[in-house]
Design a binder for this molecule. Structure first.
Ligand SMILES: [Zn+2]
Length: 679
């Protein structure tokens, strides 16, 4: 589960610690100093996506074995990246071949065509396919069919093959993806949880988790690999195509080539890992070979039981792209723990029982022994698949409730990502969406502390909290289905909001001034407006974090009389009128969401989410989108990852790993495709 950083950290300033190396001190407009490379964070903006460079400060000073471990884990991450494209759309890898085949051989191309293909490619790489990962809606290229066909012909003259043998086959490839690329009515949503009267969530979604399957087909069918398989309906009924490389007694399955490559890099990483981490990686290898959910469970238990300096997430993890909330998208994140800033997360984790005891919900849903989650502030070294290049601010895993309840979970705060997002966004958002000077000044002073604390509380205290009823059979996600993720993200947000005014945070030295709470509450309420800039069309929110925020703020507006809306010259503002009342309201809706989770109350949760979370006001949205455009505030940020390179001596023995910064999405993604050449 993740914290919607793109929404939240927009209002933060990277000033929580004295560390100024978080990517926030220099900007693109500063000139180049002789001999010293310019540290550019913001690189360019394409449509509503800003492209920014992520920096991995401190990597150079890691010991060699940790650098080598990081290097191999990064290679594993890149090797699996193609899987996510294919999961999002059965056309995505062919589209990628086409745009990358053109951009790799651009000689003689018309400049305008090249720019149009490149702009589409930036969005395509950012979202891992031709649908927006936040709105789930398809976006279209600015180039035409004829234009891209002639660009392909030119690129073939230059030596491009588009992964096929003949020009005729290349044209066929383009024809196959033609509706996906150009027809706005063809598969308009990658994930559609609200298809309307008579619609079906599975057939209305463009993703590749299901082929020919309707929700009704699933009645009475039990999946053996719910998280890591694709369901296909054929003449003989439903079959599960399991994602696995094969080996350890299992036959190769879907994505066998990519997973074999991932396994190769994981095995190369194992010698540089400590004993516990090596054991976890071996379980992960077994899981990728066999696809066995038991191996995934063993891996996760080993993973939460260890806290190494360089760590990774790798697997089929988040279920946001499946309207049923069951199928995991491939992702990997590789990171190094930032020991100094980790202190914040540690302090919170150490008080897990204190916070649990003070949650507003009924005692029977309180966890009497919360396993304190491991909480780290980290420097992201690489994010692939569903984890990047659009990143989150915080991640808490694993998602399996049983493991969380009995073995704990790990939380990370993506420190360098938060810093970079802040550099790109903070002051522009503040200027546009806060009405009064006093509030703007308070936000400038405390916004960063408030935001970082909120993210930390969401991940460390929020997701780890609560206990489900003994009467509930199985994981609550089974009972709450397509509403589960929205509930869980809203619940974690509410836990954070509920705990922010608690004196414990002051005692721990995390909240120095009560203004922090005011600023945090104001920012949360405001985010219900500012997040609308990420949904340029339609009248429905699809993304779970956004739904959660929308539900909470709309509910508070209606029920707790703590938010005032105003309109000044066509600009809408939300303002918190009473922090006290807002906290009471937060406690009420939080108790109800916890009850829904604990009891698996689908009907009550559906009423809440449909009533307050799903719908948006298109008029307000249009206003926000146009304000954001005028103020040049991107809807999302896509990050160019640091590039790790292996240095070897004459005998081929590794002597170092260097880090460099490509400062170009295009350069990086074309290099990734060459490195992890797809079969
Ligand atoms: Zn979350």
């Amino acid at each position: 589960m993740r914290n919607a950083g793109a929404v939240w950290i927009g209002l933060a300033v990277a000033a929580l610690t004295s560390c100024s190396e978080t990517g926030g001190t220099k900007n693109a407009s500063q000139g180049e100093t002789k001999g010293e490379p310019v540290r550019r964070v913001f690189l360019e903006q394409v449509g509503d996506v800003a492209v920014a460079q992520l920096y991995a400060d401190g990597f150079e000073s890691l010991p060699l074995d940790q650098k080598l471990l990081a290097y191999h884990l990064t290679q594993a991450a890149i090797a699996g990246d193609a899987i996510t494209y294919d999961q999002h759309s059965r056309f995505a890898l062919d589209i990628r071949d086409i745009i990358e085949g053109i951009l790799s051989y651009p000689d003689g191309l018309d400049r305008g065509t090249y720019d149009r293909v490149r702009r589409y490619a930036i969005l395509f790489w950012a979202h891992h396919g031709n649908h927006n990962t936040r709105t789930m809606a398809k976006f279209l290229p600015e180039f035409s069919y004829e234009e891209v066909l002639s660009a392909m012909q030119q690129a073939m003259v230059n030596g491009s093959t588009f992964g096929v043998a003949t020009p005729e086959a290349a044209r066929k490839k383009l024809d196959r993806v033609r509706p996906a690329l150009f027809d706005p009515k063809f598969e308009p949503l990658v994930t559609n949880k609200t298809p309307g009267e008579g619609g079906d969530i599975l057939t209305a979604s463009a993703n590749n988790f299901y082929e020919g399957v309707t929700t009704a087909d699933l009645q009475g069918f039990t999946e053996k690999n719910p998280l890591n398989s694709r369901l296909v309906k054929g003449d003989s009924g439903l079959t599960e195509e399991v994602y696995r490389a094969g080996g350890d007694g299992a036959a190769p399955g879907l994505y066998a080539d990519e997973l074999s490559a991932v396994i190769g890099h994981l095995e190369a990483a194992i010698p540089f890992a400590g004993p516990k981490q090596a054991e976890a990686l071996r379980q992960l290898v077994r899981y990728f070979r066999t696809g066995d959910p038991a191996a995934w469970r063993d891996y996760n238990i080993a993973w939460v039981g260890d806290n190494p300096a360089v760590d990774a997430i790798n697997g089929f993890v988040e279920v946001y792209h499946d309207p049923r909330g069951q199928k995991g998208s491939y992702e990997s994140a590789v990171f190094a723990v930032d020991r100094a800033t980790t202190e914040l997360m540690r302090k919170l984790a150490g008080e897990a029982q204190y916070f649990e005891d003070r949650m507003p919900w009924k005692d029977e849903y309180k966890n009497k022994k919360p396993a304190p989650p491991i909480a780290n502030a980290v420097t992201i070294l690489c994010e692939s698949g569903d984890a990047g290049p659009i990143s989150w601010a915080g991640i808490n895993l694993p998602n399996e409730q049983e493991i969380r309840q009995n073995h704990g979970s790990k939380s990370i705060l993506l420190w360098n990502v938060m810093g970079a997002a802040d550099t790109v966004n903070a002051s522009r958002l503040r200027d546009e969406f806060i009405a009064s000077d006093a509030e703007r000044n308070a936000d400038a002073l405390y916004g960063s502390t408030a935001s970082n604390l909120k993210v930390a509380l969401h991940e460390v205290i929020g997701h780890g909290s609560g206990k489900v009823s003994e009467k509930l059979e199985g994981d609550p996600s089974k009972a709450l289905r397509e509403y589960y993720s929205t509930m869980e993200e809203a619940r974690a947000d509410l836990c954070a909001l509920w705990m922010l005014p608690d004196p414990k945070l002051h005692e721990l030295g995390l909240v120095g001034d009560p203004k922090v709470v005011e600023v945090a509450y104001a920012a949360y309420v405001r985010s219900a407006i500012t997040q609308l800039r990420q949904v340029p069309a339609g009248s429905v929110l699809e993304e779970d974090h956004m739904r959660g925020t929308n539900m909470i703020v709309n509910w508070l507006r209606e029920k707790s009389n703590c938010i005032a809306a105003s309109n000044v010259n066509g600009r809408t503002f939300y303002r918190v009128t009473s922090v006290e009342k807002m906290r009471q309201g937060v406690g009420q809706i939080l108790s109800e969401l916890m009850r829904c989770k604990a009891e698996g109350d689908y009907a009550a949760l559906k009423a809440l989410v449909d009533g307050y979370g799903t719908k948006l006001d298109p008029k307000l949205r249009d206003e926000v989108v146009s304000r954001a455009q005028q103020a040049k505030i991107p809807a999302t940020i896509a990050y160019v990852m640091p590039d790790l390179k292996l240095v070897t001596d004459k005998s081929g023995k590794p002597t170092d790993v260097t880090v460099s910064y490509p400062q170009s999405m295009e350069k990086q993604k074309l290099a990734w495709s060459r490195r992890a050449a797809r079969p």
